[in-house]
Design a binder for this molecule. Structure first.
Ligand SMILES: [Zn+2]
Length: 221
């Protein structure tokens, strides 16, 4: 199940690449202006890893895949975030900051910070949209703000957050994604990304509720 040898759990570059592939399935998108063409990867020692320059004349800002996510501006390596997120979302009984501290081999206060930020992202992405859409959905005890690793999926949906920025989206397990899409749209939500196959027989879709919150639906076939 949980493949600890997966490099996204111990290599920050691999974790970043992985986030990129989830976040930008069709290539990078500037989170400031939406530019997809005039983008340049800034390589070399003088730049932060993963930095991309937007050459749209109206923008000219730099960004990385973590802009607008809970991982933004963190000194904690991305792979540690990935690992922490995996542990927090895959444990049905929950996991304490003390356990994270031991497993991740980080300081307790760092573990506490990670747990706090990730749980907050899950709460914001998870609970708010459900009431807003006026559509009660069965929530599996394990819900997902995670990465496509070891049977987990993270939703870092482009344009999913405030100001069109990237933000984590929680995914609900549903038995029939098309039926659930019909149900929530009937309740006032709009389909943001129709159901698509992300591999392994897994379908995901995202919808926006009337308040602009984004939530994800996930079906394993
Ligand atoms: Zn831009």
């Amino acid at each position: 199940m949980f493949d600890l040898t997966n490099p996204i759990f111990f290599d920050a570059d691999k974790a970043r690449e992985h986030l990129g592939s989830i976040n930008w399935p069709n290539g990078p998108v500037c989170p400031h202006c939406g530019e997809t063409e005039k983008l340049k990867r800034l390589e070399g020692q003088s730049h932060r890893a993963g930095l991309i320059q937007c050459n749209n004349n109206a923008c000219l800002k730099n960004f990385t895949v973590t802009v607008g996510t809970v991982f933004e501006r963190s000194k904690v390596p991305l792979n540690t975030w990935v690992y922490a997120t995996h542990l927090l979302t895959s444990s049905k009984k929950g996991i304490s900051s003390h356990q994270l501290h031991r497993v991740l081999e980080v300081q307790y206060k760092t573990a506490w910070f990670l747990a706090h930020r990730i749980r907050e992202a899950m709460r914001v992405g998870a609970l708010a949209p459900m009431g807003g859409a006026g559509a009660p959905v069965e929530v599996d005890e394990t819900y997902y703000v995670s990465f496509e690793a070891a049977g987990q999926h993270i939703g870092l949906v482009p344009g999913g957050g405030p100001q069109g920025m990237t933000s984590p989206v929680a995914y609900w397990h549903v038995p029939d994604i098309e039926a659930k899409l019909a149900e929530v749209t009937a309740a006032g939500a709009t389909v943001k990304d129709p159901a698509r196959d992300v591999g392994g027989g897994r379908l995901v879709a995202t919808v926006t509720d009337p308040d602009g919150n984004v939530l994800g639906l996930l079906q394993d076939r």
